[in-house]
Design a protein around this ligand. Structure first.
Ligand SMILES: O=C(O)C(=O)Cc1ccccc1
Length: 323
């Protein structure tokens, strides 16, 4: 079976946040090593490639243990033609500082990298190279690629940065000098990546699944957040992530991006969804998929599939006049 999946992914095109050497590529290698890997310049372009049918899947970062949610991904997933999450991968994150051959640490005043990479290394870099300034890049590897290109053509001075922060595992591959390794502020940080597809079939339930949703609050008064959360709590559904994103039409209007433990096929999760549908003006189902850590969903007493179906049968019986 695994071979069949592998073979199938071997013929599939997976768009990812490129270029080669990003953490996202490392996540893609975990989930579909045999697939065709198609680097994209940013998350929006990677997701749009799936929307257009130019790729079957996209792999993009969604959350990390230091900086929290990746807003660009959360927003791009939920605007435009529908997409769903069909899988996830976890990558341990460690960074290296690279520069054109011959550059000394004391020459480094500006460092190009992805904003999430900068946020995870700024403390260490401030100690290593006091006064150093961040130059935003679309990815870690994109900054390094520019450095390598300009070093080769001898016009590195025009670039506006002297170094790049890259994934430690690919530091050697850029053809640059490694000035420092392990420059992250938090050792053991992890980033979570999602595999995204066009809506269609939902991956089968494994017993260790997550469901991703976007929800608008029922009404804007005291207790509206609680009303939404009660839909999960009353059915014993635990949340592994919840964060607010501005809806964008007016100040103070927020949507909630949520990961719930469980699968659409779980009765307790289905019951939570029906509750949300009743009380919230907008609920977007963004997929049920196996958890990367394989941790089985905890089932509180009275929230198993059997408990839900026997309760439904009892009510059905009452309606038929049985007592
Ligand atoms: O830029 C990359 O290499 C990415 O894959 C995005 C990213 C950046 C920083 C931490 C985790 C993922």
């Amino acid at each position: 079976m695994e071979n069949a999946v592998q073979q199938e992914s071997g013929t599939q095109r997976y768009a990812f946040l490129g270029p080669v050497g990003t953490f996202t590529e490392a996540a893609l290698v975990q989930v579909a090593p045999a697939a065709q890997h198609v680097p994209m310049p940013d998350v929006v372009t990677a997701l749009d490639a799936v929307r257009r049918g130019d790729a079957e899947r996209a792999v993009v970062p969604i959350e990390n243990s230091v900086e929290g949610g990746v807003s660009a991904t959360l927003d791009a997933l939920t605007s435009g033609d529908p997409l769903v999450v069909v899988g996830e991968a976890l990558v341990e994150i460690s960074f290296a500082l690279v520069a054109a051959p011959g550059t000394r640490l004391e020459d480094v005043r500006h460092v190009a990298t992805h904003p999430h990479a900068w946020a995870q290394c700024r403390g260490t870099l401030a100690r290593l190279a006091p006064g150093v300034v961040h130059v935003p890049a679309t990815s870690t590897a994109a900054g390094a690629a520019l450095l390598a290109e300009h070093a080769a053509s001898g016009d590195a001075d025009e670039l506006g940065f002297e170094a790049a922060l890259v994934a430690a595992h690919s530091a050697a591959a850029h053809g640059l000098d490694v000035l420092a390794r392990g420059v992250e502020d938090n050792v053991g940080a992890v980033t979570r990546f999602v595999v995204v597809a066009r809506p269609g079939t939902v991956p089968p339930r494994t017993g260790a699944d997550k469901t991703t949703l976007l929800v608008h609050l029922p009404h804007n008064d005291a207790g509206s957040l609680l009303t939404m959360l009660e839909q999960f709590a009353a059915r014993g559904v635990n949340l592994s992530r919840i964060e607010s994103r501005p809806i964008g039409d007016a100040l103070g209007r927020y949507a909630f991006s949520i990961d719930a433990e469980g699968h659409l096929a779980d009765e307790r999760l289905a019951a939570a969804l029906t509750g949300l549908h009743r009380v919230c003006p907008f609920v977007l189902f963004l997929g049920s998929y196996p958890r990367a850590d394989g941790v089985a969903t905890a089932v509180a007493p009275g929230t198993s599939d059997d408990a839900f179906t026997s309760a439904q049968e009892w009510v059905a019986g009452l309606r038929r006049g049985l007592t």
